[in-house]
Design a binder for this molecule. Sequence first.
Ligand code: BEZ
Ligand code: FE
Length: 289
Amino acid sequence: MRNVTIDNITDVVINAMSPDIAPRNRQIMTSLIKHLHGFAREVDLTFPEWLEACEFMRRAGDISDDKRNEFILICDILGLEVLVDMQDHRVTDGESESTVLGPFYRENPPVLPKGASIIQKHFDNSQTVRVSGRVLDTAGRPIEGVTIDVWEDAPNGLYEQQDPDQPDYNLRGRFVTDANGEYAFVGIRPEPYPIPYDGAAGELLNYMGHHPWRPGHIHFMLFKDGYQTLISQIFDADTKYLDKDSVFAVKESLIGQMRPAPAGADTELVMDFDFRLKKAVAKTLIAAE
Ligand code: BEZ
Ligand code: FE
């Protein structure tokens, strides 16, 4: 093709794809090319602006490694991760809503008995909270044996792997529901914190005039064979930024109320929160020919 013009370039690129590629590749790339070109036309993108975007992505790559993926943070700021998560985990049977995983999950947290504390280091000005509830199926029946990983930031706004002064796996734990589907643990009231803004994601926040803060939340991952894994967060009803989350992850159904604990309790606050899990979709068996 030699007669490439502003008007035909989109079709030229789409038609350059081989007829042999997978239909899904064709669908994704056709739409991506159309939207990318449409965007460049709509804003009349200049060459220096395009070049700066390429440099921005290079910087995002430079700061990324096996522990930090700047592109996920950029997608978070753009609301793309939460959109894809909602599309991929549509609520169909009253199961709990999911939300973004975030970059601070660690596998194999300490396995703890029901009611144990995940606090390994004391911080002044923090409030302890006993979080408890049940894990139910979509018919309301308790599910025994659900593994629940929990993790949260410290009162200084840092997760333990961001902070050399916190013990390994501080504020992380793995619990298993009992015969009544119940779980319980002691944590601390989570503090709002800024997502990492020392890299390209921070540059983008500045460009957009947006802040990096997240409302106080506790992360959860629930899994058991036969059920769909739930990755979610509970948001403190009284936290700042509940309506201004920098990554748009808050859902009304994920807001939990922390109340003063009854007299004689060993924590200052209590919070009840039940989860509902949906059955896993059975894998279709393809008959061998
Ligand atoms: C988090 O909740 O840990 C998180 C989520 C998205 C981006 C950064 C942090
Ligand atoms: Fe978080």
